[in-house]
Design a protein around this ligand. Sequence first.
Ligand SMILES: C[S@@+](CC[C@H](N)C(=O)[O-])C[C@H]1O[C@@H](n2cnc3c(N)ncnc32)[C@H](O)[C@@H]1O
Length: 540
Amino acid sequence: MKHIHLINSLPLNNAEKFTEKATGKYYTDEKIALLMIEKLLPLINAIGKKNYNIADPFSGDGRLVTLLIKQWMLNGFPDVEWNVYLFDIEHAGLVHAKSELAQLKLAGASINVTVKNIDIFYEFENYIDYFDCVITNPPWENIKPDSRELNLFEPSIKLKYIESLREFDDYLSRVLPYSQPKRKFAGWGTNLSRVGAELSLEICNKNGMLAIVMPASFFADEQSFTLRQKFFNTGRLDFINYYPAEAKLFNGADVSSCSFILIKDNFFKEDMQLSVYDKKLNINSFGCFDFSSIDTQHLSIPISQGVHAIHLLKRLQEEYSTWNSLEKNGEIWAGREIDETGSSNWTKKNGDGYLFVKGKMIGRYNFDISHNLKVTKKIDKVPSSSNFERIAWRDISRPSQKRRVIATVIPPNSLAGNSLGVVYYQSGSQDSLFSLLGIINSLCFEFQLRSFLATGHVSLSALRKTAIPSEKILSQHTELKHLVISCMNGCCDAELKVEAYIAKKIYKLNLNEFNKLLSSFDKIELAEKENLLRMFQHYG
Ligand SMILES: C[S@@+](CC[C@H](N)C(=O)[O-])C[C@H]1O[C@@H](n2cnc3c(N)ncnc32)[C@H](O)[C@@H]1O
């Protein structure tokens, strides 16, 4: 990580903040470390060895390994010898780690300590297949120049910095290829949490185990697909603990996290434990799920909502093919239309031209036409979607909101700004378009979407994983079409009816499943839930 040396040549205050970010230095909260360690201890004991090679390749102050040994002793596991290896690019934490381990030795633990102040990404190859247990929390940074921070550098150093980041990125993609993202943007996209996880797996021996803290997105996002595949093919997951962003575990950073254990042995175990914690780190739900129930195409596990969600997701997805496949076979087109940067300079109220559609005009089942903004500039390539009546949606980026997608139908001869997504039937079918709108605005759809969202942002790639009926099937549901039109006309009860209809007649849930689905939305009030359940029963 040559770029770190460059950063260290900055004046102290800036350099301190910057290296902290570049090395991803938020240490693990003790409570979540303990929750992981208490599951790990019996697994280590089951190996039954007299001495263990154990490492934290991103050691920080060594808290994970020291806590593990402390808990081992406190829980009365047999006396064993620990060959402890701690690596870190920063020196200070390692000094603390050494003194903590020395204390444990005084308390009677048998420990041989190897502490190295190194860049582990350049040295891990000396330890391939070496450790019985790796316990860690890697840095979580993206490798990417940050323009605000680049301003701290002289122009010539700025270029050198970008160059050394690029070199580092190229190097990582060669030595740890599975953690490369599926797609890079402007050549960037490597995230150190994935690379660190792959490295940690590599240094586990063939029956070894990896206990790791990671961003929760590891289990959902497309960028981690190849690494998930590598992990699931290399070992078996034993448990996953999920922590919501509101728990603010990493110095207030708004990111949901998880910890899990992967065991590299051939013993096949179908059931995996999943525990979901709330923001106060109390347990919210606990259960086991069958690995064969996860979606084999994306290998994503919707960990945030607990095991019920995994079963429900499977039910919601078993009937229909995905949005993506409808796009691929040309039935629907989905995407963005025009860049809306500086739109106030090239739109005016009334007059001729395309109607300009932006986020605030889009409501649930309604379109606010009162703005009547017209595009005044010449658009070089008018997207063909603009000729169609189509669905436009905007996303709500706060995960705590009840709905993450708000959609309505927009008229032809309009252009949607790129904060909006649009979808339409290439056949021009309007009948099914209304029913599709009902689906996109439904809780059954929202539930699927949430299972695939890795970040606050609702990405098209997450939408593409949802299962939705084909146009042919939807065209048979004329009642749904009429209900959706009633919603658009503001008819009371129509929204409840659409929800119930979609759950029962489209996704074929039973009452119990619908009840569970509704319970997974904490923003649905009891009265609304009861009304929805009543309506559900009304459809015979
Ligand atoms: C998220 S912290 C975790 C520390 C500790 N394992 C814990 O759980 O609290 C990540 C650590 O990785 C270290 N680190 C970052 N890049 C590294 C590298 N290339 N080689 C070794 N350590 C690195 C950081 O200095 C930091 O101490």
